[in-house]
Design a protein around this ligand. Structure first.
Ligand SMILES: C[S@@+](CC[C@H](N)C(=O)[O-])C[C@H]1O[C@@H](n2cnc3c(N)ncnc32)[C@H](O)[C@@H]1O
Length: 284
């Protein structure tokens, strides 16, 4: 551990003893600014290829895609690069700011704009809650990836989100989403804290625990981000709830979805009890 992280750890331990509610920022507010750094080894391109394969296997040819809980736009951009016209929706304004900035950075300079092939496909980002939104239009495909469904805390919320998704799907459209399974989330039980360091620029402590009674995985993030000579400190608490495949299916039924196929993530084989992540493909 370097001197910066030793200082940070001492500070953190002192502050955790004094911790008050005001110290905690909303999930994905401060974390938004370092999310892409923490997720840098996630293979979003492989995910996008996998999702594209699932969509094509369902025979869906239309290209209008809504990416729910799009975050910083990693899935949205990967799908846009595969020819989809993407709208991303997320509840965190800070995650959307990062996503929009990445899209702006993609816009080529004026002198290159006559070459249409050099034009990146823009993604339209919208602030909203996936449990209650009305975009006034429908899509061929809706995606919701990387645990985002687990952030919904009750089956009522799940059903609300599925009803909204269903209302925004064109006839014959498909809703593709993943969920972390209970077996995966429960793995965090009694795990020691993890520390991420980016030189002396960012130090992040990640302490997680599994609460069997509520089937929730709780993560306390404590970050120190260097600003000039000082460190800005933040804390966030994230919670993901585990749902069984039967609970998810019941909510999809309630929302009026038709055929539902469940896969073990990144494979075409059926879910197993020990699968860490499942992909649901729901048809209207
Ligand atoms: C783990 S991140 C995944 C982001 C992105 N899909 C990705 O693959 O990187 C979870 C995202 O869900 C969003 N989220 C959580 N609850 C939401 C809700 N009710 N409506 C919309 N977005 C939500 C968070 O703001 C966050 O961006």
């Amino acid at each position: 551990m370097g001197p910066a992280s030793t200082l940070a750890l001492n500070h953190l331990m002192k502050r955790q003893n004094e911790s008050t509610c005001e110290d905690i920022s909303p999930a994905y507010s401060e974390f938004a600014h370092i999310y892409d750094w923490v997720m840098h080894d996630v293979d979003y391109e492989m995910w996008a290829d996998y999702v594209t394969g699932l969509i094509q296997a369902e025979g869906v040819r239309g290209k209008d895609l809504l990416d729910l809980a799009c975050g910083t736009g990693n899935v949205s951009l990967a799908m846009a690069r595969r020819g989809y016209r993407v709208t991303g929706l997320d509840i965190s304004p800070q995650m959307l700011d990062v996503a929009r900035k990445k899209t702006q950075d993609l816009v080529p300079p004026q002198e290159m704009r006559s070459d249409r092939s050099a034009m990146p496909v823009p993604v339209d980002y919208i602030h909203g809650d996936m449990r209650a939104f009305d975009l006034g239009r429908q899509f061929h495909v809706i995606t919701c990836l990387y645990d985002s469904i687990n952030y919904l805390r009750s089956q009522e919320d799940l059903a609300q989100a599925f009803i909204c998704a269903r209302d925004h799907l064109k006839r014959g459209g498909v809703f593709v989403f993943d969920v972390n399974t209970e077996c995966q989330l429960a793995r965090s039980h009694n795990k020691p804290a993890t520390m991420f360091e980016k030189g002396d620029q960012i130090i992040l402590f990640w302490q997680d625990r599994w609460v069997p009674r509520t089937k929730t995985w709780q993560v306390r993030l404590s970050g120190f981000v260097k600003e000039g000579e000082l460190y800005r400190r933040f804390q966030e608490i994230h919670e993901e709830r585990a749902y069984s495949p039967a609970e998810v299916q019941a909510c999809l039924d309630k929302a009026g979805f038709g055929r539902v196929t469940v896969y073990e993530a990144y494979a075409r084989q059926p879910a197993r009890p020990e699968s860490p992540r499942l992909y649901f493909v729901a048809r209207v």
